[in-house]
Design a protein around this ligand. Structure first.
Ligand SMILES: Cc1cc2nc3c(=O)[nH]c(=O)nc-3n(C[C@H](O)[C@H](O)[C@H](O)COP(=O)(O)O)c2cc1C
Length: 319
């Protein structure tokens, strides 16, 4: 898959996931086979007004390439000003979010609501392409904003005409949130409507579902979000590469990476929900959730994780 001047081997992507796609998880997803990863969505408005928390979201792991940042907003001028900021100059691809269905985002006209505002959407993409000075601009959309207006194919043509270099489409409408079935037909229609690469997204949790997405939609790439949370090795499974990794080791590696740039107490609180996901497949690990959520220091959280590992290595210890 070729996104403007950037070539990707397998088109597997770990897309933006707010509250989860930090530099640590992105590093692990890349290691296990994703060749595109993305920051979580970041407010263009927040970047312009120098919000410190927003800057933390821009942190990359060592040698991350390509670096992809996802922006959201509803004002074309603010978005293009944000793209030109020095703090974004390290990013190789600018991804624009037109898919988020969260009320606090769509109520400002941003995210998926922009799929109902074709004129502004065109302007945002065209000006972003200009502001990106040669870097590819990609977009993330859904099937439509609501079930009675499934307009992804029309939007795809608009963003292509505005100069976008690739489209990721999640085959649900905004009003579906994450419920119901992902519509592979609309993904196939989007793919056949444009010449730029299309990345299909929605409910891929296994190699079988991945192959089905490829076969039924003919997409150039596939994005896997929820199935990669606490399980970055999903990308190896998708590629049919057998690996044997310890979930606790992965959780600790992830934690160590975010401790490099998040203040300790922030990293500990942030990591708890991620730690629980890494332990999900381990028998009885649920019993440790109260302890995990009480942990106040990095050392305590790590020692709880290690105790889980000792448990399943020795199997004799009852949790
Ligand atoms: C908790 C959560 C946060 C998300 N945050 C973002 C985001 O910041 N930007 C974005 O484009 N999509 C976001 N998504 C959507 C995912 O990238 C993806 O499109 C969706 O989960 C469907 O793919 P999946 O079935 O593989 O999970 C989010 C999804 C979840 C569950």
């Amino acid at each position: 898959m070729l996104i403007k001047n950037l070539n990707f081997q397998n088109g597997l992507m770990f897309p933006a996931v707010a509250g989860f796609s930090d530099a640590g998880l992105r590093m692990l997803c890349r290691r296990y086979g994703a060749d595109l990863t993305c920051t979580e969505m970041i407010s263009a408005h927040g970047l312009i007004y120098e919000n410190v928390k927003t800057e933390m979201l821009l942190t990359s792991y060592n040698n991350e390439f390509p670096r992809v940042v996802q922006l959201f907003g509803s004002d074309h001028q603010i978005i293009s000003r944000a793209i030109k900021l020095d703090i974004l100059s390290k990013f190789d691809i600018i991804d624009l979010n037109f898919g988020c269905p969260a009320r606090k985002i769509v109520s400002t006209g941003a995210g998926c609501a922009m799929m109902n505002n074709e004129t502004t959407l065109y302007k945002i993409v065209a000006e972003a392409v200009n502001a990106a000075s040669g870097r590819p601009v990609t977009v993330k959309i859904r099937a439509g904003f609501t079930k009675d207006n499934v307009n992804a194919a029309k939007i795809a043509k608009i963003v292509e005409e505005a100069g976008a270099s690739a489209i990721t489409i999640h085959g649900r409408t905004g009003d579906m949130q994450y419920a119901g079935v992902c519509n592979l037909d609309i993904i196939a229609i989007v793919k056949s409507s444009v010449k730029i690469p299309v990345i299909g997204n929605g409910d891929v949790t296994t190699r079988k579902k991945y192959l089905e997405m490829l076969k039924l939609t003919n997409v150039d790439g596939v994005a896997i979000a929820r199935a990669a949370l606490g399980y970055p090795q999903i990308f190896s499974e998708i590629k049919n590469v057998k690996i044997n990794v310890d979930p606790v080791d992965l959780a600790i590696e992830h934690f160590d990476e975010i401790l490099k740039y998040m203040p300790g107490h922030v990293a500990v609180n942030y990591m708890k929900k991620q730690a629980v996901l890494y332990l999900k497949r381990i028998k009885n690990s649920k019993k440790l959730h109260p302890l995990i959520f009480k942990a106040e220091s990095a050392d305590t959280l790590k020692s709880i994780l290690i105790s889980v590992k000792n448990h399943y290595l020795q199997e004799s210890i009852e949790l």
